[in-house]
Write a protein that binds this ligand. Structure first.
Ligand code: GTP
Ligand code: MG
Length: 249
């Protein structure tokens, strides 16, 4: 009975990540196609409609969203508040948004060398990845494997860690979080082979592995990639992130 007149909801891409990472600045950059506007702490989610082309001459640039020569895919880019007290707002978006095709998890690479930024950033990322892992292994109609881009922002600042170090810092911290959250399980003396599937469901990545790596999310068909960029400067800019998004919507 469905026909071409059926209203189709465009896919969504969610911008997640801790406060001050640059999510709203990135949204305004993509929206304007030029300089991002000044931002202040977000308290609500905000979504805009964009078009991405994978076949125009400017396909790899976010400035292609008003290029009329290619075939475009319409999508919603959804900004969320990063503040820890508003985590329910962001996680609610993740849980409820229909047709989420990708998650862009923005981090402040210039502050990630500090434990006080690394710890809450990784804790948030852990919750997001575990949510996505559960979604990928669920049996319901919501089952889906949603890819994650870890966008290492603020590369223009001299304290910024390169993408490879952003990756290893996060993996190390996620390993620690996983160990502490599953401590009860491991200390209970139950062998890994004896635990039920319920316990395994609460374990991020490869069950029983000593060290967490993003690659382990591949077991659930969840692709996790780390790419460096900057919202405020042209170099390295935000084109790589745009291209990553354009290929997944
Ligand atoms: P919440 O709304 O609190 O979750 O934060 P947010 O992730 O939306 O951060 P926002 O976009 O408001 O940016 C925070 C600050 O970082 C702003 O002062 C931005 O101008 C700045 N910022 C964003 N991107 C960059 C960047 O690439 N380089 C530098 N140096 N600063 C940036
Ligand atoms: Mg914001």
């Amino acid at each position: 009975l469905s026909s071409s007149s059926t209203y189709t909801v465009p896919p969504s891409v969610l911008l997640l990540g801790p406060d001050n990472a640059g999510k709203t600045a990135l949204l305004t950059l993509f929206e304007r196609g030029a300089k991002p506007s000044a931002t202040h702490t977000s308290q609500v989610s905000h979504s805009i409609e964009l078009n991405a082309s994978t076949d125009s001459v400017t396909k790899a640039s976010f400035r292609n969203h008003d290029d009329a020569t290619g075939t475009h895919t319409k999508f919603f880019l959804v900004d969320t508040p990063g503040h820890g007290k508003l985590r329910n707002v962001a996680m609610g978006k993740l849980a409820r948004t229909e047709k989420t095709k990708a998650v862009v998890f923005l981090v402040d690479a210039a502050a990630l060398g500090e434990q006080e930024t690394l710890a809450p950033t990784a804790a948030y990322l852990y919750d997001v990845l575990l949510f996505l892992q559960k979604k990928a292994t669920s049996k319901g109609k919501d089952k889906a494997s949603i890819p994650v881009l870890i966008a290492a922002n603020k590369m223009d600042l001299f304290t910024a860690l390169p993408a490879t170090m952003v990756k290893t810092h996060l993996e190390t911290e996620l390993t620690r979080i996983r160990a502490s959250r599953s401590k009860g399980l491991l200390d209970s003396g139950v062998g890994i082979d004896d635990v039920g599937s319920e316990e395994q469901d609460g374990w991020l990545g490869e069950y029983g592995s000593e060290k967490f790596t993003f690659q382990q999310m591949g077991e659930f068909d969840i692709d996790v990639e780390v790419l460096a960029g900057s919202v405020l400067t042209e170099e390295p800019g935000a084109d790589k992130w745009w291209w990553w998004i354009a290929q997944r919507i």
